[in-house]
Design a protein around this ligand. Structure first.
Ligand SMILES: *Cc1c(COP(=O)(O)O)cnc(C)c1O
Length: 349
């Protein structure tokens, strides 16, 4: 039996049915514009999020960065939560690719209020950078997979728009947010000039992310994708996996969320471990569980994850005394119970 891999929802392997869909996919040369499967994916995604167009890209990082580039000029400032993916996990790309600064906002669970946006706006004078773009992340990764309510999204994007900013939604896990909240993706997307989503996370595709936006923005994004080396050829093989995932792997995300809650409940009962609460003080809202190890146990996050690994459970340490577990389609409820048992054993030493 292989290890139970809870390091990320990116570790999934394509299912047999997905591989079949990839094998059967009609393909062309997408850089020349004639890969029918990529076109179908872009059209279907655009319709799904209520945008005029879409652009298929290799990764979520590229999806975000081509959007930032399309919405800004060098010297502009991007407003985002201090824990956002674009700040922590994209290698400083906003500075390099778009020549922009990022203004970090504080707030619980990766979220903030309209007044935080308003307070961060720069004055219009020759000294200050130009506030150009607001980025919202939903679900919020470092915020514990937290879900923005549509009301709060509307409030913060209105504050930005009233000041002339554009808005981008980092929706790497927007499907999780939509399944958890019951808010359709297009309702979230309607508040933004662009939306990026990953097929390679909870949806279980091996590769692939996508951007949705209006026609004019998408045509500029296609240029930026080419410049970054992200225009691919017979990428219909990948797009077929993403189409299959959109069709078959969305509703089942509710199981991942249930498994995450189940795992969190068990961890919460282990002496010396405490689960980071989600909004409202409840457990995780989607598929990400963060928990802290009481320093009194005399073990840090790295050593704890090493103990887990020896017993066949993989998790990432994300801070000195903090671990992260992510549920996904390759872990069952039984795997979760087994992992929970192992976590208890490791905490006892
Ligand atoms: C994973 C992730 C991305 C980008 O993902 P890649 O690893 O580049 O595909 C962007 N934003 C968020 C919130 C993510 O979790």
């Amino acid at each position: 039996m292989g290890p139970i891999d809870l390091r990320s929802d990116t570790v999934t392997r394509p299912t047999a049915a997905m591989l079949d869909a990839m094998r059967r996919a009609p393909v062309g040369d997408d850089v020349l514009g004639d890969d029918p499967t990529v076109r179908e994916l872009e059209e279907r995604f655009a319709a799904h999020v209520g945008k005029q167009g879409a652009c298929f890209v290799p990764t979520g990082t590229m999806a975000n960065q081509v959007c930032l580039r399309a919405h800004t000029q060098p010297g502009d400032e991007i407003i985002a939560h201090e824990d956002s993916h674009i700040i922590h996990y994209e290698t400083g790309a906003p500075a390099v690719i778009s020549g922009c600064m990022v203004r970090p906002l504080r707030g619980e669970h990766g979220q903030f209020d309209p007044s935080d946006v308003t307070d961060a706006l720069r004055p219009d004078n020759i000294h200050a950078p130009h506030s150009a773009l607001l980025v919202v992340e939903n679900t919020h990764n470092r915020g514990g997979g937290s879900v923005w309510t549509i009301g709060r999204v509307r409030a913060v994007t209105k504050a930005a728009r009233d000041a002339g900013l554009r808005c981008h939604l980092d929706g790497a896990r927007l499907w999780n947010a939509s399944v958890a909240s019951g808010t359709p993706m297009r309702e979230y997307a309607a508040e933004f000039d662009s939306v990026s989503c990953c097929f390679s996370k909870g949806l279980g595709a091996p590769v692939g992310s996508i951007v949705g936006a209006d026609r004019e923005t998408i045509s500029r994004i296609r240029r930026h994708r080419k410049m970054l080396g992200g225009a691919m050829r017979q990428s219909g093989i990948l797009a077929a996996a993403c189409l299959h995932a959109m069709e078959h792997h969305v509703a089942r995300l509710a199981q991942d969320h249930g498994n995450a809650r189940r795992l969190a409940e068990t961890i919460a009962r282990v002496p010396g471990l405490s689960v980071t609460p989600g909004p409202g003080g409840a457990g995780p809202q989607t598929n990400i569980v963060y928990f802290d190890i009481d320093p009194g146990l005399g073990i840090d996050g790295n050593a704890f994850s090493e103990r887990l690994r020896e017993k066949g459970v993989l998790m990432l340490a994300t801070a000195k005394h903090r671990l992260r577990a992510v549920t996904h389609l390759d872990v069952s409820a039984e795997d979760i119970d087994r992992a929970a048992g192992v976590i208890g054993e490791c905490a006892r030493g």
